[in-house]
Write a protein that binds this ligand. Structure first.
Ligand code: ADP
Ligand SMILES: Cc1cn([C@H]2C[C@H](O)[C@@H](COP(=O)(O)O)O2)c(=O)[nH]c1=O
Length: 184
């Protein structure tokens, strides 16, 4: 049976990980063998788990790369592969294409839609044309606080570059409260 690629994208706090853990629990309940992978840089919640912002955690493998997984026994055994923090894996697109196209796996990826300054993550941009299904989620604007959708992540900490973190460093906001207009 051919595999497929499902991509869940959105800003931080948009329930990407909640969706991923929901799928994992449902699949396990019907006896599907799953392999769950998070990026090794995501040490926010310990070294062998992924965790939602409201505290649901799932044990997982932590890795810097994905392609190396294809030689491992737990990959061979799994029919569904779950990837958390997809934006951090440089080999995200080649892995998903091989896993789905060559190995017949169902691949479910949670990834940020954009950086805090509205730039694409290259590995996510590379994957989008190959995704069979894309779910684009939003959070709720934490400035409006009235249910206004928040499609963007704002960095609230004054640090440059890639920064692993949570609500101490980032917030989900609407376009108005992101502070940058829809142009460069
Ligand atoms: N601004 C916000 N909008 C919506 N949910 C928020 C917000 N800030 C914190 N949360 C919490 O974050 C949870 C989502 O966490 P999670 O699934 O880990 O999101 P993501 O993986 O997209 O960062 C929500 O269920 C809610 O409890
Ligand atoms: C917006 C943005 C985020 N990050 C980091 C911060 C977190 O460690 C992850 C996103 O986690 P989540 O599961 O989506 O909550 O990415 C970053 O490095 N750069 C950014 O621009």
């Amino acid at each position: 049976m051919p595999g497929n690629i499902r991509l869940i994208i959105g800003p931080m706090f948009s329930q990407k990980t909640t969706c991923l853990t929901g799928y994992i629990h449902r699949y396990r309940s019907i006896g599907r063998t799953v392999l769950v992978v998070n990026h090794a840089s995501d040490v926010r919640y310990g070294r062998n788990s992924l965790c939602t912002h409201d505290g649901t955690s799932v044990p997982c493998r932590m890795r810097h790369d994905l392609q190396g997984l294809r030689n491992e026994p737990d990959y061979a055994d799994a029919s569904s592969i779950f990837i958390e923090e997809g934006q951090f894996f440089d080999d995200l697109a080649p892995f998903c294409k091989d896993a789905a196209g060559l190995d017949g796996k169902e691949v479910i990826v949670a990834a940020l839609v954009a950086t805090f300054d509205r730039k694409m993550f290259p590995s996510v941009a590379e994957l989008i044309p190959y995704a069979d299904h894309i779910e684009h989620r939003t959070a709720l604007c934490c400035v409006c606080r009235d249910g206004t959708p928040a499609p963007f992540t704002k960095r609230t900490a004054a640090i440059e570059g890639c920064l692993v973190g949570g609500s101490e460093s980032y917030a989900a906001v609407c376009g108005l409260h992101h502070g940058s207009p829809h142009r460069d």
